[in-house]
Design a protein around this ligand. Sequence first.
Ligand code: C5P
Length: 222
Amino acid sequence: LKGISIAIDGPAAAGKSTIAKKIAQKLNYTYIDTGAMYRALTYKAICNDINIKSDHDLSKLLQETDIILKPVNGSQAVWIDGVDRSEEIRSQKVTANVSMVATHANVREMMVGKQRELANGTGVVMDGRDIGTAVLPNAELKIFMTASVEERAVRRFNENESRGIHIPLDQLKREIEKRDQSDSERTVSPLKMADDAVLVDTTSLSVNEVVDKVILLAEERV
Ligand code: C5P
């Protein structure tokens, strides 16, 4: 199979990374979770007491930060300055602040540069918010993955519970809505369906149904 680029964008907790991981595994492609990169910078900013409203301060911090995405049995670990921070970047505190970090033009420009490098010359499944619109505008397949906000909150709730994290459902729903609003309303590369993307509503589909659907679309484009 020739290596194509598959871009998967969509709102928070729509199942993008779950699906992207499985597709990458099936096609033997590289999986790149771009949200993890914004989370990594957010984590480091919080640890170092950096003002997340300052593009300048964050860009400087990013320049000094070594973020490595490492493939580990079908998933992706995130190493920051030589330490595995895969767990830490999923904390509530990081989740609550990452959308602010992601609003900044210089931060985004640096991130997009890194993301293009990672995708260069290899079959890739990349998930995020601006992959089809900004990072890989020539991707052979673009998916815009959505689900109702209720369904997304329930999925995040179940995922949390299975990891022993207890957060009320209505709180999760509010947080998801807030993050979607910020991601959709920012000036630089807002969350938006690319004109040539395929809309996949996963509300009433199983993970395997979505995977099969995307694989079929990919095979048409190889
Ligand atoms: O995908 P995930 O939910 O981990 O992304 C965390 C946040 O990172 C998003 O809510 C968004 O603010 C930002 N992000 C982005 N562009 C991307 C990926 C993530 O702005 N390509």
